[in-house]
Design a protein around this ligand. Structure first.
Ligand code: SF4
Length: 391
């Protein structure tokens, strides 16, 4: 376990844009488990690299226009690695056209048919998610490994609690964390027997305790980078809670090199939740952090509506600004004194405050406008500073 890592050195050698560079520069992680580093396209995963946020498309992969449109939306939200399902040759061939229009590494998700892996790799995929134990003969495994080695592609072994081998289920008397780890290690061995180490592993169950136990056990056994998530986590509320607890607990324990929040929703929500988890733990900085009070009997403005409007308006803001939206002018500035900018309102008046100090008062109906103006000028100053730093 290492104690503290400064990302400044890492950012000097990575092909990252200046926004990410600033993010990495500010990024301090404590007690993260040391893993090997692999490259998924131009994104490093594991070792000292920032914990990458990824998602999976929900479109039919062979519908190139729809898939590209969704990936571009995900990029805008901050997605760093995207995975697409490749159930047939049409999807594998679509990878070539998709790659031409996107800017982040693309991983192909393949089950059982090694020819789809070979075709997708030839079409330009940046990584393969395939379980070598499920693709037939040693000859098939060997063909995929040779192809991945030649093209420098990592292979993610993805074990799901729902699809463990019968032999392992019998031995462990059910789907236990140890059974999941044994399954993953079996797949790993097929690759390492062929001297292939460019590996990433995930172990997903749909319940939090088993997911955590399985990753903890795996992390104490191997040093391959780990892709962390809770699978089939559910709709918005259940999914967010399970992901925050599962992914969050593992990250707090120093486990996890890339995360995927799994929601039965637009995948853009997965990216937003992923960053909220990382931001809450102080692991990565990504866009604004909104602080808003729950309101109480002192509040006489419609704070729920104001908070919703501000949240929507700031969805694509990149500056790491702390924004407060508070329900009363008496306690609001003090309760949110850590905020870079904040508003509070009541009695027909609105106030703008910075770091707890009131800087302006105005008519209450201008609350949202004034706050958004203050955020915009913070963002402009932030971008000017970054450009200057990068020069
Ligand atoms: S800021 Fe004011 S309205 Fe909001 S919870 Fe505190 S006292 Fe209540």
């Amino acid at each position: 376990m290492r104690k503290t890592v400064c990302w400044r050195k890492v950012c000097l050698i990575l092909p990252v844009d200046w926004r990410v560079k600033e993010e990495i520069k500010n990024h301090i992680v404590t007690t993260r488990k040391k893993t090997r580093q692999i490259m998924v396209g131009n994104v490093p995963v594991g070792g000292d690299a920032p914990i990458a946020v990824q998602s999976m498309t929900t479109t039919k992969t062979d519908d190139v226009a729809a898939t590209v449109a969704q990936i571009l939306q995900l990029e805008q939200a901050g997605c760093e690695i995207i995975r697409v399902a490749v159930p047939d040759m049409a999807a594998a061939e679509a990878v070539r056209a998709i790659k031409k229009s996107i800017h982040i590494p693309l991983i192909v998700d393949i089950h059982f048919d090694h020819r789809l892996a070979l075709a997708s790799a030839a079409a330009g995929a940046d990584g393969l998610r395939i379980n070598p134990g499920n693709i037939g003969s040693k000859k098939n495994v060997s063909a995929v490994v040779d192809c991945a080695r030649d093209l420098g592609l990592p292979i993610r072994i993805g074990v799901n609690a729902g699809s463990l081998e019968k032999r392992i289920l019998k031995k462990h008397e059910g789907v236990t964390a140890a059974a999941m780890v044994e399954s993953a290690l079996g797949h790993v061995k097929l690759l390492t027997d062929l001297d292939f180490q460019n590996i990433k592993i995930s172990l997903k169950a749909s319940d939090v305790p088993r997911t955590i136990e399985a990753y903890e056990l795996l992390s104490s056994t191997v040093d391959y980078p780990l892709h962390v998530g809770v699978t089939e986590a559910g709709g918005l509320y259940a999914g967010i809670v399970k992901s925050a607890l599962g992914i969050g607990s593992l990250l707090m324990a120093g486990i996890g090199d890339t995360i995927r929040v799994s929601l039965t929703r637009d995948p853009v929500e997965e990216i937003r939740v992923g960053y909220e988890i990382l931001k809450s733990l102080g692991i990565r900085i990504h866009g604004p952090e909104i602080i808003s009070c729950p309101t109480c009997g002192r509040c006489d403005i419609n704070l729920f509506n104001i908070a919703e409007r501000v949240e929507k308006a700031l969805l694509n803001t990149s500056a790491p600004i702390k924004v407060a939206i508070m329900g009363c002018v008496v306690n609001g500035p003090g309760e949110a004194r850590e905020a870079d900018v904040g508003i509070a309102g009541g009695d027909g008046k609105g106030i703008l405050f910075k770091k707890g100090k009131i800087v302006k008062s105005f008519a209450q109906d201008k609350l949202v406008d004034v706050l958004l103006e203050a955020v915009a000028s913070f963002e402009q100053a932030y971008e000017r500073k970054l450009k200057k730093d990068v020069k």
